[in-house]
Design a protein around this ligand. Structure first.
Ligand SMILES: [Zn+2]
Length: 199
């Protein structure tokens, strides 16, 4: 059941410190597990409801930009690095070759103009806490001038290796998670986008 406002946990940062407010653990009675044939006790259930505080650290600019319709990547700009100029998407805080902090860049236009399906998987069964519509069309995406492959999901149309796709963003009520970014086949009309998403 969805929680009421007074049952949720919230966090703000004030004067550089995390300040939790609200409820982070909801206690609930356990239940016995009985064997229906023997009427003997076999165990108990152990309800657990807790809110985990997940800090994004240096990846925060990536998640914040999705809700604004922008795709942020990073690029190594270290003169002494053999891989200088490498663009990383997924967003990497540090260059894996020289271990220096990479520079944040906006690659929205590269994604709009060059994203292609590298490979894909269609899954009809998902794990716990799945919120995506089934079947889920997971796609691996390649972009021009990007040295990595991004995993995302296709919201409309059928995946095919080599097909051109364009990014879409949940700009209305963003969740600030990776599902705010999705893709559709190139040429998909705006009216076919899932609720809350824009190009
Ligand atoms: Zn580097």
């Amino acid at each position: 059941m969805p929680k009421k406002e007074e049952e949720k946990g919230f966090v703000d940062i004030i004067n550089g410190r995390y300040k939790p407010r609200g409820v982070f653990h909801i206690p609930e009675a356990n239940q016995p597990i009985f064997n229906k044939e023997t009427n003997k006790l076999a165990g108990i259930t152990n309800p657990r409801d807790m809110t985990y505080i997940h800090s994004y650290g240096g990846e925060a600019p990536f998640f914040e930009s999705l809700g604004k319709g922008r795709l942020m990547a990073t690029r190594c700009e270290n003169e002494k690095c053999e891989s200088k100029g490498s663009i990383f998407m997924p967003f990497r805080i540090y260059c894996p070759d020289c271990l220096r902090q990479a520079t944040v860049i906006d690659m929205t236009d590269i994604a709009k103009n060059t994203a292609k399906i590298h490979s894909f998987i269609v899954t009809h069964r998902s794990g716990a806490y799945n919120t995506l519509k089934k079947p889920i069309k997971f796609i691996n995406i390649e972009f021009d001038s990007v040295v990595t492959i991004l995993m995302s999901y296709l919201s409309s149309g059928d995946p095919e290796i080599g097909k051109r796709v364009v990014p879409i963003f949940k700009t209305k009520n963003p969740t600030y998670t990776i599902i705010d970014l999705s893709f559709v086949l190139e040429g998909t009309p705006e009216s076919e986008l899932p609720e809350g998403f824009t190009f």
